[in-house]
Design a protein around this ligand. Sequence first.
Ligand SMILES: Cc1ncc(COP(=O)(O)O)c(C=O)c1O
Length: 425
Amino acid sequence: MHTPEEDARARDAADPGHRHLFLVPPAEGGRYPEVAYLAGNSLGLQPRATREELLADLDAWRRLGVEGHLEAERPWLPYHELLTAPAARLVGARPAETVVMNSLTVNLHLLMVSFYRPAGERTRIVIEDSAFPSDSYAVRSQARFHGLDPDTAVIRLTPRPGEDTLRTQDVLDFLATEGHTVALLLLGGVNYLTGELMDIPAITAAGRAAGAVVGWDLAHAAGNVPLALHDWDVDFAAWCSYKYLNSGPGALGGVFVHERHLGDPALPRFEGWWSTEAASRFEMTPVSRPPATVEAWQISNPPIFAMGPVRTSLELFDSVGMPALRERSLRLTGYLEGLLDEVTADRPLTVVTPREPARRGCQLSVRIGAGSANELTKRLRHEHGVIADAREPDIVRFAPVPLYSTYHDCWRVADALAATVEATR
Ligand SMILES: Cc1ncc(COP(=O)(O)O)c(C=O)c1O
């Protein structure tokens, strides 16, 4: 490592981010008081504000019982509406197009009920070969649900031989020849494994021009990169809130359905009492009257104590703003990349994330040429207080998160890798 520790310290002094708003786990031994937390792509850290806000909602229940539905400071009946506008701003949507509900895979299923409608020769679902397994299982089970063979109905796009990431052109070429057979294109906006940011507008436009429905899993994109789902004409999208949105383990996810689909009576949808317009909810009628908003996809009354942390987090994103976060993200990830270049040059380590900043978010994925990713991750944690995560067999992921990560965290990653992985010359 040529870059001295003081260099990272100086950058932190000049570009401190918003770490003071978060609770960083203690290191419990070693040279530094806190861990270097690079796993925000898996589970984001807890904002300091979350605890008080959550306790306030809990207290409303203690004081008001059932009357909290209408009389709590943040009444529970319309509570989800508090999350709608900030979630919409985060993903570049209109409020009618966005709702926070359920968890990610559940939402993907509910959206596929509406948007995966195989017919005639247009029966296939296209995903990337390195799709997160939950998405893979979800689309295969959807194919089976429609009486199709998942081995032929699900197409998995692979990178060119010798390459680690999909090229946009490869997706476009596939659509140009096979688009007429595609019912649904469902890709990850940022790939969970490689950290590649797809060209969402270009792929969406090509997919729609080919006559397919285009949906996006934005688990690794929401809160990581700027999004403009409405303007990009995306048909639907879903994301989780426990990664970059720092809303806690298993936090509620978000859903986007483009305005052009809202209020369409021809779309099949699974419904419950939260799918009907709020004004008619307590009329106790046998037939629903769904609103012409994405709230028509809601089913059950929402878990208020799970919504509080999402609300707190979205307020934070609103106050800092995605453009400023992206700027800092480019600086931090660029810094980590430079440090990794120093370490990987003479070690069996390769960064597989695209080098162009426009083709990635904050995560850099490193392929290890020898040994197990799990073992390396454990050593980074126990010997150096660096928390990253492994995806077996050979990928270790590092995500400097612009809200709370530091340049010093990046330096510690490179320093720990240099100490842990033996140099080859
Ligand atoms: C890309 C992606 N899709 C889906 C999931 C599954 O999410 P959930 O357990 O909230 O359904 C994850 C979880 O990490 C993910 O990274």
